[in-house]
Ligand binder design. Structure first.
Ligand SMILES: *[C@@H]1O[C@H](CO)[C@@H](O)[C@H](O)[C@H]1NC(C)=O
Ligand SMILES: *[C@@H]1O[C@H](CO)[C@@H](O)[C@H](O)[C@H]1NC(C)=O
Ligand SMILES: *[C@@H]1O[C@H](CO)[C@@H](O)[C@H](O)[C@H]1NC(C)=O
Ligand SMILES: *[C@@H]1O[C@H](CO)[C@@H](O)[C@H](O)[C@H]1NC(C)=O
Ligand SMILES: *[C@@H]1O[C@H](CO)[C@@H](O)[C@H](O)[C@H]1NC(C)=O
Ligand SMILES: *[C@@H]1O[C@H](CO)[C@@H](O)[C@H](O)[C@H]1NC(C)=O
Ligand SMILES: *[C@@H]1O[C@H](CO)[C@@H](O)[C@H](O)[C@H]1NC(C)=O
Ligand SMILES: *[C@@H]1O[C@H](CO)[C@@H](O)[C@H](O)[C@H]1NC(C)=O
Ligand SMILES: *[C@@H]1O[C@H](CO)[C@@H](O)[C@H](O)[C@H]1NC(C)=O
Ligand SMILES: *[C@@H]1O[C@H](CO)[C@@H](O)[C@H](O)[C@H]1NC(C)=O
Ligand SMILES: *[C@@H]1O[C@H](CO)[C@@H](O)[C@H](O)[C@H]1NC(C)=O
Ligand SMILES: *[C@@H]1O[C@H](CO)[C@@H](O)[C@H](O)[C@H]1NC(C)=O
Length: 709
């Protein structure tokens, strides 16, 4: 064969990938033929009426796919790339052969019309001319008229490079312009001495780009009747290779985006090569999760292997968490301490304020100027400690004005702490006065004030603890009234009188008690009388008489003159003491109810009895058997004390003196003529626990325990 055979081809230089996940879902429209020979025909391509999108009809003959119809186009389709928007089909080879023997094309030219939606792929094809002394041209159109050509030269056909790589020896290649939809390949016939052998039988494969529509996505989506991306989980993309749009499945889905049910969820866990997971893989719709097994860890198990959390690493983790919690604790503690400090400071300030408000400074001044070292200022903590935080079990008594607690100081001394409920400004004034008065009194029959606490809103007083109750409780308390010897009664009377006498005449300035009554006479060891409760006590300037707006004292003990004239004098105390004396010899309440249920005033009853000379009827039967003459004397003294006019009453010193005389006479008689008097006082030491009889006295008898016991 001597003749030259130059020919030109469109050559597909790329092997196109097949659709990978096509296995599961159908690619053709429902009810349409899906395969032809080995080739799957995905919609929009389709065989037969209603199976294809306009412009994408193909036919299947002898297991071969043709564009449109073999007789009309004669173009065979080798491959369809659905997602890439490409299709490979045959193109005629243009040849110019001088020795044309059984040749399939002698036209010397080959033209191609791709049809709507299809263009010659610029990326995938090259114009190739094979032969010696060949100059080939491609003239075509996209939106413009375009063209290119190549020239190859060789001396004889032996020198043609047949390796398949068009190296320039007897072969040349050139690029094809993009978007070419029609072309015509021709030769320059001046170069006709080439020599070639026919090697391609049915034409060469050419890759065409196709698009679902020529618009861009924005325009395409507006015309729903022609929009191609109708599949769920699909969307439109601009074709990178041609002018127009394509459809694609959303991430995590695969299949045919041009069909309604085409895009299916990818079970990523079944494709570990594409969707790697180094831990436990679990599929989700449109996605998948990958987690490390417990005890293992990885920054990203989809990319890096999960490594077991090492012991040291775990320890480190624990250490770190301990460190964090420890510092958090520390911070909390710091805040707490700060708050506590704040609170303390506030408390200290409050204390200081109270101290000043309560006349603490005044008191200090007084203490300093008068060189009083008997009164002590207690701190709030001390008293709280001493009373177990004012525990109710420590209550000794509760009165209208406050509560008296039993306290045990650090040196284990027992004290009584009087804690008032409220105190108005006037009372505060009184308070300091009371402090000063009491601090100066030192008498064995007066309850000793040890000190006070000014750091609280209402100041507290600390007295010596008088353990054995009050005279009131002794006389009237208990279910079984104990016997009280006449001697004891006389002693208590004498001691009380001495205490009052001391207050009236020996104290400086003189003090009027103002509320003498049996509950205010406390009983110490061996039933020593101790006068207490100077709440109403006053310093009385020698030339000045105190006028009172309010009545002070207790009904039954109140001096009638004081009630009338509102003048509290030392004689008022004498009157009240007279009532106490009556209590001692009659063992009746100052206001009592007789058998008929009639309320009676003891003083009035007594005076009446004296007048009627029927003293016996009112006296305590237990002491009646003794010296009646002596009792007569005591009664006479009481009568004097109860004189209506103050000046007729004796002075307290005189009363005390008289009682002393009576008592010593009585003692004399005892030694001369001893009476086997049972000392019942010690018989029943628990009597003062039965203090619950208060209600029995009625409201008239105020059981005022607000006393420094
Ligand atoms: C189908 O493909 C196989 C192998 O890929 C090939 O052997 C066979 O000839 C092909 N059949 C047709 C009809 O193209
Ligand atoms: C298909 O094959 C038949 C018989 O094998 C033949 O007659 C017909 O021409 C073929 N058609 C095409 C398009 O090749
Ligand atoms: C091809 O198309 C022509 C005219 O459109 C028709 O007559 C012929 O039957 C078709 N051939 C095939 C194989 O469909
Ligand atoms: C565009 O052309 C390239 C190169 O031929 C091809 O790999 C790709 O599949 C084509 N289509 C898309 C959508 O990228
Ligand atoms: C291709 O070019 C040749 C030579 O110029 C001409 O004869 C032929 O008609 C052209 N074919 C087409 C389809 O344009
Ligand atoms: C082609 O070559 C042959 C023989 O070499 C010659 O006869 C013929 O004229 C040439 N044709 C053209 C167009 O040059
Ligand atoms: C919508 O598409 C249909 C069919 O392709 C076409 O006839 C019509 O003109 C289009 N309408 C618009 C507004 O593009
Ligand atoms: C899949 O999940 C990961 C995180 O689990 C997320 O970052 C990613 O965006 C998700 N992908 C899709 C397609 O939802
Ligand atoms: C209170 O008592 C506790 C223990 O009983 C003691 O530690 C503390 O110092 C006391 N406080 C005062 C102010 O006495
Ligand atoms: C007085 O009280 C104290 C302490 O409670 C007690 O020890 C003492 O026996 C009592 N005295 C009398 C006489 O009851
Ligand atoms: C109480 O009486 C006893 C015995 O009579 C005596 O030893 C004691 O000192 C007295 N106590 C007081 C405080 O008077
Ligand atoms: C007093 O009574 C007791 C018994 O109760 C008796 O032993 C004693 O001798 C009596 N004393 C006098 C002085 O009667």
């Amino acid at each position: 064969m001597a003749g030259a055979l130059p020919w030109l081809i469109f050559a597909a230089t790329l092997l196109l990938p097949t659709i990978k996940s096509s296995t599961a879902s159908r690619m053709a429209k429902p009810g349409c033929r899906e395969t032809c020979g080995n080739l799957t025909i995905p919609y929009p391509f389709g065989i037969g009426e209603g199976c294809f999108r306009e412009g994408f009809d193909v036919s299947c003959e002898n297991d071969t796919v043709y564009r449109h119809n073999s007789t009309t186009s004669g173009i065979q389709i080798y491959n369809i790339n659905l997602l890439g928007g490409q299709a490979t089909h045959s193109t005629f080879i243009a040849s110019n052969c001088f020795y044309n023997k059984n040749n399939f094309n002698t036209g010397g030219w080959a033209s191609l019309d791709t049809g709507e939606f299809f263009t010659v792929s610029s990326k995938a094809n090259k114009l190739t001319a094979v032969g010696c002394n060949t100059l080939a041209f491609l003239v075509g159109s996209n939106e413009h008229s375009v063209g290119a050509g190549c020239f190859s030269k060789c001396t004889d056909k032996k020198s043609v490079d047949r390796s398949g790589q068009c190296s320039g020896m007897g072969c040349c290649q050139t690029s094809i312009a993009p978007n070419v939809f029609s072309s015509n390949i021709t030769f320059d016939l001046r170069f006709n001495n080439s020599e070639f052998t026919k090697e391609f039988k049915d034409g060469v494969p050419t890759v065409l780009d196709w698009v679902a529509g020529n618009e861009n996505c924005n325009e395409a989506v507006k015309n729903m009747s022609s929009y191609a991306c109708i599949g769920k989980n699909s969307h439109c993309i601009e074709s990178p290779n041609a002018t127009g749009y394509l459809c694609t499945c959303n991430d995590g889905f695969a299949g045919n985006p041009y069909l309604e049910e085409g895009c299916q969820d990818i079970d990523e866990c079944s494709f570990p090569d594409q969707y790697p997971c180094h831990g436990i893989c679990s599929n989700m719709i449109g996605n998948y999760s990958c987690l490390c097994k417990s005890g293992t860890r990885s920054t990203d198990p989809k990319k890096e292997t999960c490594n077991p959390v090492g012991v040291s690493e775990r320890a480190k983790l624990i250490k770190v968490s301990i460190g964090i919690s420890a510092s958090a604790m520390l911070l909390l503690i710091c805040i707490f301490v700060l708050l506590m400090e704040c609170q303390k400071r506030k408390l200290r300030k409050e204390k200081k304020t109270f101290f000043q408000q309560n006349g603490g400074l005044l008191l200090y001044e007084q203490i300093m100027s008068k060189h009083v070292d008997t009164v002590r200022i207690f701190t709030r903590e001390e008293l709280e400690n001493a009373t177990n935080n004012f525990d109710s079990s420590r209550e000794l008594g509760r009165g209208g004005h406050g509560t008296v607690y039993k306290g045990i100081l650090k040196d284990s001394r027992e004290v009584a702490i009087k804690r008032s409920k409220i105190m108005n400004v006037a009372e505060k004034d009184e308070f300091v006065q009371e402090m000063i008065i009491l601090s100066q009194i030192n008498h064995r029959n007066v309850v000793k004030l040890l000190g006070c606490c000014l750091e609280v809103e209402v100041p507290m007083l600390v007295y010596e603890c008088i353990p054995n109750g009050s005279l009131f409780e002794l006389m009237h308390g208990g279910y079984r009234k104990p016997h009280i010897s006449l001697d004891a009664r006389l002693r208590i009377a004498q001691e009380s009188a001495e205490a009052l006498a001391y207050l009236h005449s020996s104290a400086s300035p003189p003090i009027i008690h103002g509320d003498v009554k049996s509950p205010n006479i406390l009983l110490g060891e061996n039933y020593t009388a101790k006068v207490t409760d100077f709440g109403a006590s006053r310093m009385v300037a020698t030339d000045e008489i105190q006028f009172m707006t309010l009545l002070q004292g207790t009904i039954g003990y109140l001096d009638p003159e004081y009630i009338q004239e509102r003048q509290l004098t030392d004689k008022s105390d004498v009157y009240s003491f007279g009532v106490v004396l009556l209590e001692l010899i009659t063992r009746k309440f100052a206001i009592y109810s007789d058998g008929a249920g009639e309320t009676k005033n003891l003083a009035s009853s007594f005076l009446l009895a004296m007048k009627e000379n029927s003293l016996q009827s009112i006296l305590d039967q237990n002491i009646l058997e003794f010296e009646t003459e002596l009792l007569q004397e005591v009664a006479q003294l009481a009568k004097c004390c109860l004189s209506m006019r103050g000046e007729e009453r004796p002075l307290m010193t005189e009363v005390a003196e008289k009682l002393k005389t009576i008592r010593s006479r009585w003692r004399e008689q005892l030694t001369q003529n001893p009476i086997n008097e049972t000392e019942c006082l010690l018989e029943n030491p628990s009597w003062h626990y039965h203090l619950s009889i208060t209600g029995q006295h009625g409201s008239l008898m105020s059981l005022d325990l607000e006393s420094g016991r």
